[in-house]
Design a protein around this ligand. Structure first.
Ligand code: GDP
Length: 330
């Protein structure tokens, strides 16, 4: 069994939410980031080469193969910087345009920055407005990725100006208006900060993420365990799988924990499997430390918004009602 995922400390982790209008290239970009970080297994690549499955992110077969769905589509991409340090970039998907049940709030709560992915021809679309506004309210600074700059009809500089105007219109904080811009061709697998400079990889995008997205804020890394369940998955084999970001302390496999619900009740339960994110896989790990995301089995009954603490914790995170059924249309 893989005992830990590397890297493991918060300063080597970047949690980034991707905000993109449909068809602007989110799937292609994430796919290429994983490909360039060497994270696909050989059998995945064989399937890709066979052309039967399209992009990995859309592959239902792979999801079934694992027995656990990857509905939440968190991808963890390993990256070694030009200065030789290794990082893990957790790419967190956000819902397209409608928001059911506060999902946007929950996923943004796991992120420390956003990638605002915009088509270099179409420009920013109003459908992503809701998610973008929420991200600004969460204090998440956007990195603007102008994608499809290979298109002959692309107009990247105008699109940057349109994004600027949109942020002004949304009353974005002054410091966010000076956003970093990365020009990319996700399809061709390259990114550049300067359109006059050729690039043959997505490295400039990774470097921008490392530089501009802060590492996750954590409480005391050696403090008591505190985390909140931000989403749930389900598997026929293990039932409900709780997903969230560890805010403080460390969670361990088989650890006995307290689960607090919104009614203020707490119950002692035992962590079953503890899974870390690695590429599109979830891998069993021995422990997950503050700042990182994890998936946990064995805590049923468990609900979104519940919080998890160790048995000695006298000051758990409050369980908040973040799954009220609301529908926001934009
Ligand atoms: P998503 O809906 O945001 O996940 O978008 P996809 O990744 O599925 O891409 C939508 C379409 O745009 C597909 O036909 C892609 O091949 C195309 N596409 C994605 N990235 C690029 C790019 O950099 N350049 C060009 N020309 N097309 C792209």
């Amino acid at each position: 069994m893989n005992m830990t995922l590397t890297p493991t400390t918060a300063h080597q982790i970047r949690n980034v939410a991707i905000i993109a209008h449909v068809d602007h290239g989110k799937t292609t970009l994430v796919d290429k980031m994983m490909l360039q970080s060497g994270q696909y297994r050989n059998e995945d690549l064989a399937k890709l080469a066979g052309g039967q499955h399209g992009l990995i992110l859309d592959s239902n077969d792979l999801e079934r193969e694992r027995g656990i769905t990857i509905l939440s589509k968190n991808c963890a991409v390993r990256y070694t910087s030009t200065s030789g340090d290794s990082y893990r970039v957790n790419l967190i998907d956000t819902p397209g345009h409608a928001d059911f049940g506060g999902e946007v709030e929950r996923v943004l709560g796991m992120a420390s920055g956003t990638l605002l992915l915009v088509d270099a021809y179409e420009g920013p679309m109003p459908q992503t407005r809701f998610v973008l506004e929420k991200s600004l309210l969460h204090g998440l600074r956007p990195i603007v990725v102008v994608n499809k700059v290979d298109r002959p009809d692309s107009r990247p500089q105008e699109v940057v100006n349109e994004v600027f105007d949109l942020l002004v219109e949304m009353d974005a904080p002054e410091e966010f208006l000076d956003f970093p811009v990365v020009f990319a061709s996700a399809r061709e697998g390259w990114a550049t900060l300067d359109l006059n400079e050729p690039s043959d990889s997505l490295r400039p995008l990774f470097e921008t993420i490392i530089e501009h997205v802060p590492p996750p804020e954590v409480g005391l890394e050696d403090g008591p365990l505190r985390m909140q369940v931000t989403s749930l998955d389900y598997s026929d084999y293990v039932g409900r799988i709780a997903i969230g970001r560890v805010r403080e302390g460390t969670i361990k496999r088989r650890q006995r924990v307290l689960v607090f619900d919104r009614q203020g009740n707490s119950a002692e339960r035992q962590v079953g499997q503890l899974l870390g994110f690695d590429g599109l896989d979830r891998k069993e790990v021995e422990s997950v430390a503050a700042g990182d995301l994890c998936a946990i089995t064995g805590l049923e009954p468990i609900e979104i918004g519940d919080t998890i603490s160790d048995l000695t914790c006298t000051d758990p995170l409050p369980a908040v009602p973040i799954d009220e059924p609301t529908l926001h249309m934009t």
